[in-house]
Design a protein around this ligand. Structure first.
Ligand code: ZN
Length: 243
Protein backbone atom coordinates (compact mmCIF):
# COMPACT_ATOMS: atom_id res chain seq x y z
CA UNK A 1 0.00 0.00 0.00
CA UNK A 2 2.79 2.42 0.91
CA UNK A 3 4.58 1.61 -2.35
CA UNK A 4 1.45 2.60 -4.30
CA UNK A 5 1.07 5.79 -2.25
CA UNK A 6 4.73 6.72 -2.80
CA UNK A 7 4.32 6.28 -6.54
CA UNK A 8 1.66 9.02 -6.38
CA UNK A 9 3.91 11.49 -4.50
CA UNK A 10 5.16 13.22 -7.71
CA UNK A 11 1.53 13.86 -8.78
CA UNK A 12 0.67 15.32 -5.36
CA UNK A 13 3.81 17.48 -5.45
CA UNK A 14 2.83 18.71 -8.91
CA UNK A 15 -0.55 19.70 -7.45
CA UNK A 16 1.23 21.63 -4.64
CA UNK A 17 3.34 23.52 -7.21
CA UNK A 18 0.22 24.31 -9.28
CA UNK A 19 -1.58 25.52 -6.17
CA UNK A 20 1.39 27.77 -5.29
CA UNK A 21 1.15 29.33 -8.78
CA UNK A 22 -2.60 29.82 -8.36
CA UNK A 23 -2.03 31.54 -5.01
CA UNK A 24 0.84 33.66 -6.40
CA UNK A 25 3.52 32.34 -4.04
CA UNK A 26 6.81 30.67 -4.92
CA UNK A 27 6.18 27.63 -2.73
CA UNK A 28 3.36 26.67 -0.43
CA UNK A 29 3.71 27.23 3.30
CA UNK A 30 2.04 24.62 5.49
CA UNK A 31 -1.00 26.82 6.05
CA UNK A 32 -1.37 27.43 2.28
CA UNK A 33 -2.23 23.74 1.85
CA UNK A 34 -5.69 24.51 3.19
CA UNK A 35 -6.19 27.89 1.48
CA UNK A 36 -9.25 28.04 -0.79
CA UNK A 37 -8.89 28.13 -4.60
CA UNK A 38 -11.45 29.06 -7.22
CA UNK A 39 -14.80 30.67 -6.56
CA UNK A 40 -17.69 28.92 -5.00
CA UNK A 41 -20.97 30.61 -5.87
CA UNK A 42 -23.23 27.74 -4.83
CA UNK A 43 -24.36 27.92 -1.23
CA UNK A 44 -24.67 24.38 0.01
CA UNK A 45 -26.89 25.09 2.99
CA UNK A 46 -27.81 22.06 5.05
CA UNK A 47 -31.30 21.59 3.55
CA UNK A 48 -29.95 21.83 -0.03
CA UNK A 49 -27.11 19.42 0.78
CA UNK A 50 -29.33 16.80 2.41
CA UNK A 51 -31.81 16.83 -0.52
CA UNK A 52 -28.84 16.50 -2.95
CA UNK A 53 -27.48 13.54 -0.97
CA UNK A 54 -30.76 11.64 -0.98
CA UNK A 55 -31.06 12.15 -4.73
CA UNK A 56 -27.43 11.37 -5.65
CA UNK A 57 -26.94 8.40 -3.31
CA UNK A 58 -29.99 6.97 -5.08
CA UNK A 59 -27.96 6.84 -8.34
CA UNK A 60 -25.89 4.13 -6.64
CA UNK A 61 -28.44 2.37 -4.41
CA UNK A 62 -31.90 2.94 -2.99
CA UNK A 63 -30.71 1.33 0.24
CA UNK A 64 -28.00 3.98 0.68
CA UNK A 65 -30.37 6.80 -0.27
CA UNK A 66 -33.01 5.55 2.20
CA UNK A 67 -30.36 5.28 4.92
CA UNK A 68 -29.28 8.91 4.39
CA UNK A 69 -32.92 10.07 4.33
CA UNK A 70 -33.51 8.27 7.64
CA UNK A 71 -30.42 9.82 9.24
CA UNK A 72 -31.62 13.33 8.27
CA UNK A 73 -35.28 12.71 9.16
CA UNK A 74 -34.44 11.30 12.60
CA UNK A 75 -31.94 14.14 13.18
CA UNK A 76 -29.06 11.80 13.99
CA UNK A 77 -26.53 14.47 12.96
CA UNK A 78 -25.59 17.36 15.22
CA UNK A 79 -24.57 19.62 12.35
CA UNK A 80 -25.06 23.13 13.72
CA UNK A 81 -21.82 25.05 14.47
CA UNK A 82 -21.53 25.93 18.15
CA UNK A 83 -18.86 27.79 20.12
CA UNK A 84 -16.46 25.29 21.67
CA UNK A 85 -17.57 22.45 19.41
CA UNK A 86 -14.51 20.88 17.85
CA UNK A 87 -14.22 21.22 14.08
CA UNK A 88 -13.95 17.50 13.44
CA UNK A 89 -16.64 15.12 12.29
CA UNK A 90 -16.97 11.67 13.81
CA UNK A 91 -19.09 9.08 12.02
CA UNK A 92 -22.73 10.21 11.79
CA UNK A 93 -22.93 12.16 15.02
CA UNK A 94 -21.15 15.47 15.07
CA UNK A 95 -20.17 18.12 12.55
CA UNK A 96 -19.69 21.88 12.37
CA UNK A 97 -21.62 22.33 9.15
CA UNK A 98 -20.88 25.40 7.03
CA UNK A 99 -22.68 26.01 3.72
CA UNK A 100 -19.71 25.04 1.51
CA UNK A 101 -18.50 22.08 -0.49
CA UNK A 102 -15.88 21.04 2.09
CA UNK A 103 -18.55 20.59 4.78
CA UNK A 104 -20.67 18.71 2.30
CA UNK A 105 -17.77 16.33 1.53
CA UNK A 106 -17.21 15.73 5.23
CA UNK A 107 -20.89 14.97 5.72
CA UNK A 108 -20.83 12.53 2.76
CA UNK A 109 -17.69 10.90 4.17
CA UNK A 110 -19.11 10.42 7.66
CA UNK A 111 -22.44 9.16 6.32
CA UNK A 112 -20.41 6.55 4.42
CA UNK A 113 -18.94 5.34 7.74
CA UNK A 114 -22.43 5.26 9.26
CA UNK A 115 -23.75 3.30 6.28
CA UNK A 116 -20.89 0.81 6.57
CA UNK A 117 -21.63 0.32 10.28
CA UNK A 118 -25.32 -0.04 9.50
CA UNK A 119 -24.53 -2.89 7.10
CA UNK A 120 -22.48 -4.59 9.83
CA UNK A 121 -25.39 -4.71 12.30
CA UNK A 122 -25.86 -8.48 11.98
CA UNK A 123 -22.14 -9.27 12.21
CA UNK A 124 -20.40 -10.37 15.40
CA UNK A 125 -18.34 -7.90 17.41
CA UNK A 126 -15.09 -9.37 16.05
CA UNK A 127 -16.34 -9.27 12.46
CA UNK A 128 -17.43 -5.64 12.88
CA UNK A 129 -13.95 -4.47 13.83
CA UNK A 130 -12.48 -3.04 10.65
CA UNK A 131 -8.90 -2.20 9.76
CA UNK A 132 -8.42 1.50 8.90
CA UNK A 133 -7.66 0.62 5.28
CA UNK A 134 -11.06 -1.07 4.83
CA UNK A 135 -13.12 1.24 7.03
CA UNK A 136 -12.36 4.26 4.81
CA UNK A 137 -13.72 2.56 1.68
CA UNK A 138 -17.44 3.30 2.06
CA UNK A 139 -16.75 6.83 3.31
CA UNK A 140 -14.54 7.78 0.36
CA UNK A 141 -16.98 6.07 -2.01
CA UNK A 142 -19.83 8.29 -0.73
CA UNK A 143 -17.63 11.39 -1.01
CA UNK A 144 -16.87 10.43 -4.62
CA UNK A 145 -20.56 10.10 -5.55
CA UNK A 146 -21.22 13.61 -4.20
CA UNK A 147 -18.10 15.16 -5.76
CA UNK A 148 -18.81 13.79 -9.24
CA UNK A 149 -22.43 14.96 -9.10
CA UNK A 150 -21.44 18.44 -7.84
CA UNK A 151 -18.70 18.77 -10.52
CA UNK A 152 -21.21 18.03 -13.27
CA UNK A 153 -23.44 20.96 -12.37
CA UNK A 154 -20.68 23.45 -11.39
CA UNK A 155 -19.38 26.55 -13.22
CA UNK A 156 -15.61 26.52 -14.13
CA UNK A 157 -14.58 28.62 -11.07
CA UNK A 158 -16.52 26.33 -8.83
CA UNK A 159 -15.06 23.25 -10.52
CA UNK A 160 -11.59 24.48 -9.48
CA UNK A 161 -12.80 24.81 -5.88
CA UNK A 162 -14.26 21.30 -5.90
CA UNK A 163 -11.15 19.79 -7.52
CA UNK A 164 -8.91 21.60 -5.02
CA UNK A 165 -10.97 20.25 -2.11
CA UNK A 166 -10.71 16.78 -3.59
CA UNK A 167 -6.94 16.98 -4.22
CA UNK A 168 -6.46 18.39 -0.72
CA UNK A 169 -8.16 15.27 0.61
CA UNK A 170 -6.08 12.94 -1.57
CA UNK A 171 -2.83 14.67 -0.58
CA UNK A 172 -3.91 14.49 3.05
CA UNK A 173 -4.56 10.75 2.85
CA UNK A 174 -1.45 9.94 0.83
CA UNK A 175 1.30 12.38 1.78
CA UNK A 176 0.23 13.57 5.21
CA UNK A 177 -0.60 10.08 6.50
CA UNK A 178 2.73 8.74 5.23
CA UNK A 179 4.61 11.57 6.94
CA UNK A 180 2.69 10.91 10.18
CA UNK A 181 3.39 7.18 9.95
CA UNK A 182 7.13 7.80 9.47
CA UNK A 183 7.02 10.16 12.45
CA UNK A 184 5.28 7.59 14.68
CA UNK A 185 7.68 4.87 13.57
CA UNK A 186 10.74 6.98 14.43
CA UNK A 187 9.29 8.15 17.75
CA UNK A 188 8.63 4.54 18.81
CA UNK A 189 12.15 3.50 17.77
CA UNK A 190 13.86 6.32 19.65
CA UNK A 191 11.52 6.19 22.65
CA UNK A 192 12.71 2.62 23.34
CA UNK A 193 16.04 4.16 24.32
CA UNK A 194 14.88 7.29 26.18
CA UNK A 195 12.36 10.10 26.48
CA UNK A 196 12.41 12.67 23.67
CA UNK A 197 12.57 16.43 24.16
CA UNK A 198 10.01 18.74 22.56
CA UNK A 199 12.69 20.04 20.18
CA UNK A 200 13.43 16.47 19.05
CA UNK A 201 9.74 15.75 18.39
CA UNK A 202 9.51 18.96 16.35
CA UNK A 203 12.66 18.08 14.41
CA UNK A 204 11.31 14.60 13.61
CA UNK A 205 7.98 16.07 12.51
CA UNK A 206 9.74 18.51 10.14
CA UNK A 207 12.11 15.86 8.84
CA UNK A 208 9.21 13.55 7.90
CA UNK A 209 7.31 16.43 6.28
CA UNK A 210 10.34 17.28 4.13
CA UNK A 211 10.73 13.63 3.09
CA UNK A 212 7.13 13.34 1.91
CA UNK A 213 6.05 16.80 0.69
CA UNK A 214 9.36 17.21 -1.18
CA UNK A 215 9.65 20.48 -3.09
CA UNK A 216 5.89 20.98 -2.79
CA UNK A 217 6.32 22.83 0.50
CA UNK A 218 8.57 25.68 1.59
CA UNK A 219 11.13 23.94 3.88
CA UNK A 220 11.11 27.02 6.12
CA UNK A 221 7.33 27.04 6.59
CA UNK A 222 6.52 23.52 7.81
CA UNK A 223 4.37 22.53 10.80
CA UNK A 224 6.65 21.15 13.55
CA UNK A 225 3.89 20.99 16.19
CA UNK A 226 1.54 18.63 14.41
CA UNK A 227 2.39 15.94 16.96
CA UNK A 228 0.97 18.20 19.70
CA UNK A 229 -2.34 19.00 17.99
CA UNK A 230 -3.41 15.55 16.70
CA UNK A 231 -5.33 13.70 19.42
CA UNK A 232 -4.70 10.36 17.72
CA UNK A 233 -1.17 10.26 19.06
CA UNK A 234 -2.46 10.24 22.64
CA UNK A 235 -5.13 7.55 22.49
CA UNK A 236 -3.63 4.18 23.51
CA UNK A 237 -6.16 2.40 21.24
CA UNK A 238 -4.68 4.25 18.28
CA UNK A 239 -0.98 3.36 18.39
CA UNK A 240 0.13 3.47 14.79
CA UNK A 241 -3.11 5.26 13.99
CA UNK A 242 -1.51 6.62 10.86
CA UNK A 243 -1.02 3.18 9.38
ZN1 ZN B 1 -13.05 8.38 7.56
Amino acid sequence: MFAAVREAFPDCQRYFRAKARALGVERLAWYDLFAPIGTSATKWDYATATAFFIQQFGTYSDWLSAFAARAFRKQWIDAEPQPGKRAVALCERLLNYRPDFVSMSILAHELGHAYHNFNLINRTALQSHLAETLSETASIFCETIIRQAALQQAEPGEQSAILDASLQGAAQLGISMTSRFLFEQRVFEQRQQRELAISELCALREETQRETYGDGLDPNALQPYLWATKIHYYDPGFSFYNY
